[in-house]
Write a protein that binds this ligand. Structure first.
Ligand SMILES: Cc1cc2nc3c(=O)[nH]c(=O)nc-3n(C[C@H](O)[C@H](O)[C@H](O)COP(=O)(O)OP(=O)(O)OC[C@H]3O[C@@H](n4cnc5c(N)ncnc54)[C@H](O)[C@@H]3O)c2cc1C
Ligand code: SF4
Length: 510
């Protein structure tokens, strides 16, 4: 890997190497720019990943965050990653595309918020993202017949089989899910990614390289093009000149503070750390929108108990999808949801039983005894922006001298109605498949929306390309820019947005 002396000014510094930062880094490096990525967490060799859930927490962001509101969001393993590759170290690699309606929520429903860009503008970048990651999927996608996937679908797990049984009996369309999981070996960027071996430990890190992470895709490409990645480098300060433009960042590596000068800065630290950094440095907030409108997808699960062992923890988890409920005709809420099959490891399941099911003591122990007989379904649903859901700086200071984030989240009536509808549908599917009992586990997923994009500078933090409305050499490329949550899980869209941001950065500037 090329090394830049910290004293030298580089063209661009990228803070964070997840689904937003990595594609930007790769694109800028490929264009010949001098680029350095600063990543708070360490490098992980894929062979170091372990299926042991306790040890695997090393790939999660485990620093303390304060969670508030009536439905406080779960941090730790449920939330974001820390390490080269960011949350794609532990993500599920489930990659549905958003449809046009999800980006036009306000126009369609009178609620929520439209995105300042259309699906037509995003589509070429979604296709590029799928090609770069290596996405598998069905030969015919029922909700978009024109769609083609490069790899055949991953093998289904037991939850997917039960979901397919139930959907077919109820007349609900379901098919193999799009997943950034290779089903054939692939050689690129000087490495080999293996085919999926159905081990089921995606959330603990994939040891074969079958699951796309930023490390096995864009970051490998970036380094080969001359980018430098500095790991264990936590950025805490952004310096600006008298005109308010960014000149440098300061990061802590070990016990040492290091200054890195740059001509432009890309913040890609995720939906919690990017607004935290901006609020701490009092930057890019003339709109007052930094930290506002925190969004978390309703991700309610229903688990069914069957007479025969299911062992849903085996196999690629999210192997079946239905998009029949993106815009339900009988809905008393705005937006909709998709349903996916589930597979979780024992500790994750136990945690969800406690946190989302309220189980404890003997009841918890007997639910755990029955775990191998269960198959589960979960949703990813729309979340409307709300003034009450926000990220602020608390008065607790961390070891870097930065106030810890306090994130408040309360599900509104829309999310509650959506979740009720989804629970009824998922229960019907599991019962049709033969479940003798079902259990609902409430949860939310993902951290979005705290530096939203907008055309109007008074109403958002960045423009439709991710450029700060206030500071022309500051860009944001992460989930914080989402104006509404979308129904599609966020990472594919995030990669696409990042590729679009990079293209804009490389275009002749006005
Ligand atoms: C359990 C789980 C499963 C998921 N599964 C899916 C899925 O199947 N499909 C899907 O689409 N999405 C999934 N997601 C969500 C997906 O991973 C995220 O949407 C996506 O990775 C977000 O990209 P990002 O660039 O915003 O942030 P991240 O990928 O989280 O990257 C942010 C990076 O910035 C670094 N960083 C933060 N602060 C600093 C700092 N101050 N200095 C230096 N570095 C810093 C972090 O260490 C991290 O590496 C999942 C998430 C979770 C928690
Ligand atoms: S199930 Fe497949 S994609 Fe997931 S960790 Fe195992 S090999 Fe990797």
């Amino acid at each position: 890997m090329r090394r830049f002396a910290p004293g030298t000014e580089v063209d661009v510094v990228v803070v964070g190497t997840g689904a937003g930062g990595a594609p930007v880094l790769a694109e800028l490096a490929a264009a010949g720019l001098d680029v350095v990525a600063l990543e708070a967490g360490p490098f992980f060799d894929p062979f170091r990943h372990t299926p042991d859930e306790t040890d695997a927490a090393e790939i999660n962001w485990m620093d303390e965050r304060l969670s508030a509101g009536a439905d406080p969001t779960a941090f730790g393993p449920n939330n974001s990653g820390r390490g080269v590759g960011g949350s794609t170290l532990h993500w599920g690699a489930f990659t549905p595309r958003p449809d046009a309606g999800q980006l036009r929520l306000r126009t369609q429903s009178g609620q929520g918020r439209d995105w300042p860009l259309s699906l037509d503008e995003l589509a070429p970048f979604l296709l590029r993202a799928e090609a770069d990651l290596g996405v598998s999927g069905p030969a015919a996608y029922p909700w978009d017949p024109s769609r083609r996937y490069a790899y055949p679908p991953a093998a289904r797990n037991a939850s997917a089989d039960r979901m397919a049984d139930g959907c077919s009996l109820l007349g609900i369309r379901a098919t193999d899910a799009p997943a950034a999981v290779l089903t054939r070996e692939r050689h690129e960027h000087g490495q080999t990614r293996g085919a999926c071996i159905s081990c089921g430990t995606c959330h603990q890190g994939c040891r074969t390289g079958a699951k796309a992470s930023m490390g096995t895709t864009y970051l490998s490409a970036a380094v080969r093009s001359g980018a430098e990645i500095r790991a264990d480098a936590f950025v805490h300060t952004v310096e600006t000149d008298a005109a308010g433009r960014v000149t440098a960042v300061v990061y802590r590596q070990g016990d040492t503070d290091v200054r890195q000068s740059c001509r432009a800065l890309v913040l890609a630290a995720g939906g919690v750390e990017t607004p935290r950094l901006l609020l701490h440095n009092a930057l890019a907030n003339s709109s007052g929108q930094v930290g506002r409108n925190f969004l978390a997808h309703p991700a309610t699960q229903v688990w069914g108990t069957f007479d025969t062992p299911q062992r849903s923890y085996r196999g690629y988890p999210s192997s079946l999808i239905t998009e029949d409920f993106l815009h339900p005709t009988d809905a008393d809420f705005a937006g909709g949801y998709l349903i996916q099959s589930l597979g979780v490891m024992p500790l994750t399941y136990a945690t969800s039983l406690v946190r989302g099911g309220g189980l404890w003591g003997d009841e918890l122990m007997s639910a755990l005894e029955a775990a191998r007989f269960t198959a589960g379904l979960g949703i990813n649903g729309e979340c409307l922006p709300s003034e009450d859901n926000l990220l602020e700086l608390s008065d607790e200071i961390d070891r870097f001298g930065v106030p810890r984030a306090r994130v408040s989240f309360t599900a509104a009536d829309n999310e509650k109605a959506l979740s009720r509808h989804a629970v009824a549908v998922m229960t019907r599917i599991l019962e049709a498949a033969g479940a003798t009992a079902t259990r609902v586990l409430e949860r939310t997923a993902h951290t979005l929306g705290t530096c939203r994009m907008s055309d109007d500078p008074s109403d958002g933090v960045v423009d439709r390309y991710g450029r700060s409305h206030d500071i022309d050499n500051l860009w944001i490329a992460d989930n914080s820019t989402f104006p509404s949550a979308l129904i599609a899980n966020p990472a594919l869209t995030q990669v696409a947005l990042a590729l679009r941001t990079a293209e804009r950065m490389l275009a002749p500037q006005p």
